[in-house]
Design a protein around this ligand. Structure first.
Ligand code: 3H9
Length: 675
């Protein structure tokens, strides 16, 4: 097999080049090639210095994650890196694309770093539940100091080349189109400089204040995760221990994380997210329909949020409302949202004007005639949606994609009112639509393959994570939410409190529990609006005007800052409803809440898979991570069920009288996993 690493001589400079698509991950063959390249440069008396660069779209994007958990092969990354570090001739890392993880660690072990302006450098291992395990935690603080290293290692966001130069991580920012030539020239300049600068020889000053401030600023974000604390401990070690001791400490911490379930879950999600973009029976080379202008019907919270996604990506939007006042209100909210983001420095100062400049507000549905994609985002009512799609069929140009943002309704039924059901698709955004990453793409019976391919591609452009779902009530996410909510309500009747049930969910790592969610969304949603008809605790709350956060009262009482406290009135309502239903109150354990609210979600997920409404179990996990805030360190409900043990899940479901999905039973009985 030919090596992915080759060398080229440019006078007294040896250029070592890796060419391992797609991202030059540091797999066994690349590591072996690097060792061979450096050996060649060291052994050859005519070589004064070396340049290390990559072909393709990026410098090394990290260790090869697919090798994790498998028996080691070839030179280890440590060995390759140690060899570079120890080279008696200087090595210059020439960086383009993204030098991430092990790639950034390779660059840190080189003696100099040059980068093009568009390059980014970072140590994102924490996002995989890991820490930089090839010396990154020990070398980076020695270069950029404890404070900057904490940000890069324990948060994991990469930094652009210029910022890297400002903090000393990059020695020189070179020409965008002349990386190799500039790196060779730089190598010639430093070839004779002695001593060769080695990061390991530097010291990082201890900075306990920075550590404390970092913990304080990021505590919430890091809650529940193991990796960030281990990252912090390693950065502190870099400032307190000699290099080799720090390396030993880093290794121990890395192995602990690597063998734990959190990292397995986070790595699962890394691949699951990328897998979700693939549709089994749709060729990735399917020609796409051009999307230059998007139409959005409805300028409410949802329509406005949806429009912002496209505007932010530079795609023109025509937004339609029925009344001028509603249109003005909707576009006003969008402008305010943009301005708030600009004020916080999240977007450039001129971004609000740019985005709003691409928006065409109108009261006339006929103005959608030039749109390539039209998304209907009005309220959930089949008759209303059918009426809109009938009109759209007459207005939209041939080939335009007609999408509904429905969260429950039957896309096939909506498609029947058009003469082009192949152009109809569901695009289910999650609220707030400009923030939440998930997009459920609902594939109707007749949806054309190129429509699906186009929508999946567009999702990437607007930075959403798209998952394909089949037509069923609530699709993937909301369908699985339903049994959870049902059981949570039953548990209230049996003796649990809203706060106990919610706490089990937040302790699990969810951003909120079922009743906090109900209060946020609105207790009155789906209410029959007849105060005399009290058929559930929820009806009783709605009848009293306890509609949730917006009314200052729901399952909880709220102060003016929307801080919740348990409500004595709600306790009374529950007590009253319980006694009228002739039910006995009993003690409910937290474990029972887990078994009755989370296990049924897994069961529903298994049914969704059986019915072919999701392509794969990992797609369901992606839905829950990006649509509902399921803790990524638990890998989504289907992955979590496997860490919990499928036989245990089945036994729990059976104990509480649930009908267990056949595929779940089979997987549990055969020691298998979800496919
Ligand atoms: C590490 O380095 C540990 C060390 O500290 C210590 C070791 C001892 N390995 O994302 P894309 C695949 S941990 C294997 O769609 P983009 C990816 O699955 C690593 N495969 O492209 C996909 O495959 P497919 C630290 C990888 O342009 C294809 O490449 N590094 C790896 O949108 C294209 O990826 C990271 O965490 C990998 N490391 O984004 C960086 N990376 O086509 C992880 C990617 O079959 N990578 N693949 O679906 C990324 O963040 C993005 O992939 C990157 C490109 C920004 C590089």
């Amino acid at each position: 097999m030919t090596s992915p690493v080759r060398t080229e001589r440019h006078g007294d400079i040896l250029v070592i080049i890796s060419d391992s698509p797609p991202v030059n991950a540091l797999g066994a063959a690349v590591r072996d090639g690097l060792e061979a390249g450096v050996k060649e440069g060291v052994a050859d008396a005519s070589i004064a210095a070396m340049v290390l660069r990559c072909d393709g779209r990026t410098f090394f994007a990290g260790a090869d994650i697919t090798e994790f958990g498998k028996p080691p092969k070839g030179a280890s990354l440590h060995e390759a890196i140690d060899m570079m570090d120890a080279s008696p001739k200087p090595i210059v890392a020439a960086i383009h694309g993204t030098a991430l993880g092990g790639g950034c660690e390779v660059a840190l072990a080189c003696h100099y770093r040059v980068a093009v302006p568009s390059a980014k450098l970072g140590l994102p291992e924490v996002k995989l539940g890991l820490l930089p395990g090839a010396g990154g935690t020990q070398r980076l603080p020695r270069v950029v100091g404890v404070k900057a290293a904490l940000e890069m290692i324990a948060i994991g966001d990469p930094i652009p080349a210029q910022k890297a130069a400002d903090v000393g991580l990059v020695d020189k920012v070179v020409g965008e189109g002349s990386l190799e030539a500039d790196a060779i020239a730089f190598a010639r300049e430093i070839a004779a400089a002695r001593p060769i600068p080695r990061v390991r020889d530097k010291a990082a000053a201890p900075d306990p204040d920075a550590v404390e401030a970092f913990r304080k600023a990021n505590g919430r974000k890091m809650r529940g995760f193991d990796a960030p604390e281990a990252c912090i401990a390693c950065v502190v070690a870099a400032s307190e221990k000699p290099f080799e001791e720090g390396m030993t400490f880093e290794r121990e911490q890395f192995m602990k994380l690597m063998t734990g379930t959190q990292s397995a879950a986070q790595r699962h999600i890394f691949f699951a997210e990328r897998q979700a973009a693939k549709i089994d029976d749709v060729d990735p080379k399917t020609p796409l329909r051009p999307i230059n202008r998007v139409g959005v019907i409805g300028a409410g919270t949802m329509g406005g949020g949806i429009s912002m996604n496209f505007l932010s990506a530079g795609i023109a939007v025509t937004i339609v409302e029925m009344q001028q006042e509603a249109l003005d209100r909707g576009t006003g909210v969008m402008r305010k949202n943009y301005e708030a983001s600009a004020a916080k420095g999240r977007i450039k100062p001129d971004a609000p004007e740019k985005a709003m400049g691409l928006l065409k507000p109108t009261l006339n549905l006929d103005d959608l005639a030039d749109c390539d994609l039209i998304i209907e985002a009005v309220y959930e009512n089949m008759d209303v949606k059918k009426d809109i799609f009938t009109k759209l069929d007459a207005i939209a140009k041939p080939g335009a994609i007609l999408a509904s943002n429905t969260s429950y309704l039957d896309i096939d039924a909506i498609a029947t009112v058009t003469k082009r059901p192949e152009d109809v698709v569901g695009m289910h955004f999650f609220s707030p639509a400009n923030v939440m990453k998930l997009l459920e793409v609902v594939r109707g019976e007749k949806t054309a393959k190129d429509v699906l391919a186009t929508v999946m591609d567009l999702a990437k452009k607007i930075r959403k994570v798209a998952v394909v779902a089949g037509v069923c009530h609530g699709f993937i996410g909301n369908r699985m939410l339903a049994p959870r909510q049902l059981e949570a309500n039953k548990l209230l009747m049996e003796g649990a409190t809203p706060q106990q049930i919610d706490k089990v969910h937040t302790d699990f790592g969810m951003p909120m529990g079922p009743f906090q969610m109900a209060d946020l969304a609105g207790v009155d949603i789906g209410w029959h609006r007849d105060p005399s008809r009290i058929e559930s605790i929820r009806d009783a709350l709605a009848a009293e005007g306890r509609w949730g956060q917006k009314k200052g009262a729901g399952f909880y009482d709220y102060d003016e800052k929307r801080n919740p406290t348990p409500s004595p009135r709600v306790a009374e309502i529950i007590e009253d409803f319980r006694s009228r239903s002739n039910m006995q109150k009993r003690e409910i354990t937290d474990q029972e809440i887990v078994e009755r609210t989370l296990y049924p979600m897994v069961n529903e997920g298994a049914l969704i898979l059986e019915e072919g409404k999701a392509q794969r179990a990992s797609d369901i996990d992606v839905v829950w991570i990006y649509g509902y805030g399921w803790p990524v360190y638990r890998g989504g409900p289907m992955f979590w069920a496997q860490t919990e043990g499928l036989p245990k899940v089945v036994a729990g479901l059976e104990k509480h009288g649930f009908k267990v999905a056949q595929s779940l039973k089979t997987a549990a009985d055969t020691g298998g996993s979800f496919k």
